[in-house]
Design a protein. Structure first.
Length: 582
């Protein structure tokens, strides 16, 4: 038995050892806690930095764990401020991949998992809430097991839908530019040619080794300095000039020039579209010759004489004017016939031309009588001989030119164009019409296409397709002469017209016939209930106006308001105070 003193000493030593051990444990625990706290603080700091990066870049961070075969995806929504975490089974995620992209996604993923690659880079479509979205995913294998199979993969993913759509739009525009039948150029603001399509190369006759790039547009164009200098202020120019080809030939061209500002870029470009109008200029010259010269004798006619006299007066030159009458010429025509009369005129013309110096102007004043041919006569003839389609395109192009001219006066005014049945039934008409509008920078919404009911008798199915094609481009569709002859109400149900133009026969005599007023009122109420715009034609009597207003019709057409006018007179008379009226 040990003494009490020995036991106390033993307990004291044991207590001291326990105190020392406890203190050592507390010190170790404090050190571990501090290290753990520091690690946690660092982890939180890194996490905050990661979250900030995800929020700023709108990318998603993903992890894949092999043992669970699950993806953990962390991301911010477009308008969210809190990190969102989603777990998704790998099979379920693969089911959201577009079937066309699935093979290359599976191949890229399996190569990374099986050790053939440590990096993953995929671009594919993944189904989301609003449909498929183009997604770019980049990842890296961080851990593998003993067999080399990946067990832990991390990476980033980003929605690339907008970029992909922009790229597709760019490729589409580039394809349209290069394959366009119209010669086109892309220019810098200093008129340096940066891009040219094949049609321009053909027009300018550039050889296989020659290039238009690095040349200025004014190297090709003559007398175009003023519109080229104005373009930066006006933003849009159209003018006619001559293009000098590489072999020195001058070709008459119509040039449309517009400023184009690329999105997300500070620089501006110019888009130039050229159209070869040499054939048109040649025809115009021939028409001028025909208009100013007598076809029989080759001498100037009275219009040519008038132009020559005006030029002499403008230049303040002295001249002598003589008028020679051929006495008895009528008897030659009446007795010997017109053939001999024509031969007589040709002989006299040659004699007079040889009797005067070359500077003299010999003119046949003529006694021909002229008439105006009604459209009711020449349009059926044009349709019979296949000329109506060309006439329709010329009319549409003229309308677009007038609309463009009005817009330069800051007036936005729709114009109507009548087209024939053959034109509407043509499969290419809608595209041709849209191309003409685009060429003149005119919105189809400012062009009203008028047709008559006769078209539906020829080919109703083709008419439906033609109207639908025009409607898809944005043209206004009007049914003309409704109520003349046989009008079928089924057309109003089958076809999506915007405007109905009531024939003049419906308004004629309404000031003296209750029956006529009742008929017009009934037709208008029916059309108004269908929410169609109604125009009444043939309003040439002021007595009609109160009667039409009482019915509810407030859009009229007729000589009461104005007869057809040349463009310049129309502008002076009717557009004072108009500005961008629609």
């Amino acid at each position: 038995m040990s003494s009490p003193a020995a036991r106390v000493a033993s307990l004291t030593r044991r207590l001291e050892r326990e105190k020392a051990a406890r203190k050592q444990a507390e010190t170790l625990l404090t050190e571990k806690s501090r290290a753990l706290y520091d690690a946690l603080t660092t982890s939180r700091s890194d996490q905050e930095k990661l979250e900030l990066a995800l929020w700023a870049s709108q990318e998603s961070y993903f992890e894949w764990h092999a043992e669970e075969d699950v993806f953990i995806i962390r991301s911010f929504g477009l308008r969210q401020k809190q990190l969102r975490e989603v777990k998704q089974n790998a099979i379920a995620l693969m089911r959201r991949v577009h079937t066309d992209d699935l093979p290359q996604v599976q191949l890229g993923w399996s190569m990374a998992v099986n050790g053939e690659s440590d990096d993953i880079e995929l671009i594919c479509r993944i189904r989301g809430v609003g449909g498929f979205q183009w997604t770019r995913a980049r990842g890296k294998v961080l851990e593998r097991d003993r067999t080399g199979t990946a067990t832990y993969i991390v990476g980033m993913a980003k929605d690339k839908t907008r970029e992909h759509q922009a790229e597709q739009s760019f490729q589409l525009m580039a394809s349209a530019f290069s394959s366009s039948r119209e010669p086109m150029l892309v220019l810098s603001t200093s008129l340096q040619i940066t891009e040219s399509n094949e049609a321009f190369r053909r027009l300018a006759r550039l050889g296989d080794t020659e290039t238009a790039e690095k040349l200025r547009l004014d190297c090709f164009l003559r007398d175009a300095r003023e519109p080229l200098e104005r373009i930066t202020q006006t933003r849009q120019e159209r003018f006619e000039t001559e293009l000098t080809t590489c072999d020195g030939e001058a070709i008459a061209v119509d040039v449309s020039l517009a400023v184009f500002e690329a999105r997300h870029q500070s620089s501006s470009y110019l888009i130039a579209t050229l159209r070869d109008i040499s054939e048109r200029k040649k025809n115009e010259q021939q028409l001028r010759v025909l208009a100013n010269h007598d076809d029989l004798t080759g001498l100037k006619n009275r219009l040519g004489l008038r132009s020559a006299l005006e030029e002499l007066v403008d230049e303040q030159q002295h001249f002598v004017l003589s008028f020679i009458d051929l006495d008895g010429f009528k008897q030659i025509n009446d007795i010997a016939g017109h053939e001999l009369g024509d031969e007589c005129l040709q002989i006299v013309a040659r004699l007079l031309s040889s009797a005067f110096p070359a500077s003299a102007i010999v003119t046949r004043w003529g006694g021909d009588e002229f008439i105006i041919v009604s459209p009711g006569i020449f349009i059926p003839l044009a349709e019979q001989h296949g000329l109506d389609m060309d006439i329709g395109l010329v009319a549409l192009e003229s309308a677009c030119e007038y609309i463009s001219m009005l817009e330069t006066e800051r007036i936005s005014l729709p114009l109507s164009v009548n087209i024939s049945a053959n034109q509407l039934l043509s499969e290419s008409f809608a595209e041709d019409a849209a191309a003409i509008c685009a060429e003149h920078f005119v919105s189809p919404e400012l062009v009203e296409i008028e047709i008559t009911e006769s078209i539906f008798i020829q080919d109703e199915a083709a008419a439906i397709r033609g109207l639908a094609a025009l409607k898809s481009h944005g043209f206004i569709l009007a049914l003309d002469d409704f109520g003349s002859g046989f009008s079928s109400l089924s057309y109003l149900r089958k076809f999506d017209f915007d405007v109905i133009k009531l024939d003049r026969s419906l308004v004629k005599g309404i000031d003296g016939s209750e029956r006529a007023r009742a008929l017009l009122n009934g037709i208008y109420k029916m059309l108004d209930s269908l929410r169609l715009e109604v125009i009444i034609e043939g309003v040439d009597n002021s007595a009609y106006l109160p009667l039409l207003e009482n019915i509810g019709i407030n859009v009229y057409q007729g000589f009461l308001f104005e007869k057809p006018l040349p463009y310049d007179q129309f502008i002076l008379k009717h557009t004072q105070g108009w500005r961008m009226v629609k």
